[in-house]
Design a protein around this ligand. Structure first.
Ligand SMILES: *Cc1c(COP(=O)(O)O)cnc(C)c1O
Length: 347
């Protein structure tokens, strides 16, 4: 089977497993695991931030960033297709007592103007707008890459109006691969930013949340409270260091593979592929013109050995990663085309 369900499907390579087995370890909880400390320093440096903390997941990075930078009754501003809004089990509300304004967007990218409009004027009756999050790249809306000037404008508006600015950088390095803009350039001046190790980088576990030292001190307190403090986490951190040494180049190939898939299915009947699709390693398209549910389309592809993800009623998401090569993409395109052709014939 060719698995385009998600870049989380990657399994550690032999080289990565070897690095994990050889990792020097200590006790993460008391800051004495040398490999974890090295990973945190490396990612903080990559993002141009003062410090970093190793987390079991990206979800915990988002949650902790929200918990540190808001108070109960505050409001955060995100896009309506964001991971924070849709797939974190409302952690910010359940644990932080925070409400969410989700800006309506076509592909996960809102404008600085829409953001500025969403900030609440200070009033006794209104929630306090406390934090804005940008998902670079976007996930469920199809891997859109935010333009750097827009990110900076949003960051500056946030700071001018008393909000903190956060980057959900699960796939920030895919944006770097797509644009050549450095990760630290994207993250400059943001109060918190993180990258996921368990997506395109191919690690089994983990993410690193970065920010100023005082932010990280508080982030650590929440990580501990939430049960995220670890012991010999160097075994996991070693996978992260290995990925930063060996898997960065792959992200560019992943992006190219998504674009190739887009091009190969562009004229298939009944598929609505938005302009600007596949800016990074994710391709989203609609099967609505075929008159079938996304779940039925995904099932039809799976029967032919290609696993894609149904999102909502009509969206299909295909994600490339290091276990998918060019031949797999060409084969996937054939299957998707064939299913689209067959289903359009049944209309
Ligand atoms: C995957 C993802 C997360 C959550 O990361 P996990 O490591 O799966 O918890 C958050 N935001 C985005 C944009 C993601 O793609």
């Amino acid at each position: 089977m060719i698995d385009l369900f998600s870049d989380t499907q990657t399994r550690p390579t032999a080289g990565m497993r070897d690095a994990m087995a050889r990792a020097e370890v200590g006790d993460e909880q008391s800051d004495s695991d040398p490999t974890t400390l090295a990973l945190c320093a490396r990612v903080a440096d990559l993002l141009g931030q003062e410090a970093g903390v190793f987390m079991p997941s990206g979800t915990m990075c988002n949650l902790v960033a929200i918990l540190v930078q808001t108070r109960p009754g505050d409001e955060i501003i995100v896009d309506d297709q964001s991971h924070i809004y849709n797939t974190e089990a409302a952690g910010s509300a359940a644990i932080g007592g925070v409400s969410v304004t989700a800006l309506k967007t076509p592909a996960g990218v809102y404008t600085p103007e829409a953001f500025a409009d969403a900030i609440r004027p200070s009033a006794r009756t209104a929630p306090r707008s406390a934090l804005v999050s940008i998902e670079q790249t976007t996930s469920f809306s199809g891997g859109s890459v935010w333009a750097l000037p827009d990110m900076r404008q949003i960051r500056d508006i946030a700071h001018a109006r008393g909000l903190r600015a956060h980057i959900d950088g699960a796939r920030l390095l895919n944006a770097v691969a797509a644009t050549g803009i450095a990760a630290w350039d994207y993250a400059e001046g943001f109060d918190s930013a993180w990258i996921d190790l368990s997506k395109g980088l191919g690690c089994p576990v983990g993410a690193v949340l970065c920010g100023r030292q005082d932010f990280i001190t508080e982030a650590w307190r929440w990580k501990y409270r939430l049960g995220g403090a670890m012991r010999q986490s160097g075994i996991l951190a070693a996978a992260g260091l290995y990925a930063l040494d060996h898997h960065i180049d792959q992200l560019g190939r992943d992006n190219a593979h998504a674009a190739l898939l887009r091009d190969r299915i562009a004229d298939a009947p009944g598929l609505a592929i938005p302009a600007g699709a596949a800016q990074s390693n994710i391709l989203c398209f609609s099967v609505e013109p075929l008159g079938v549910m996304a779940s039925a389309f995904a099932k039809a592809c799976l029967d032919q050995g290609v696993r894609v993800r149904a999102i909502g009623s009509h969206q299909i998401r295909a994600t490339t990663h290091l276990e998918v090569d060019e031949a797999d993409i060409l084969r996937s395109a054939e299957v998707i085309r064939a299913e689209a052709t067959r289903l359009s014939g049944q209309r």
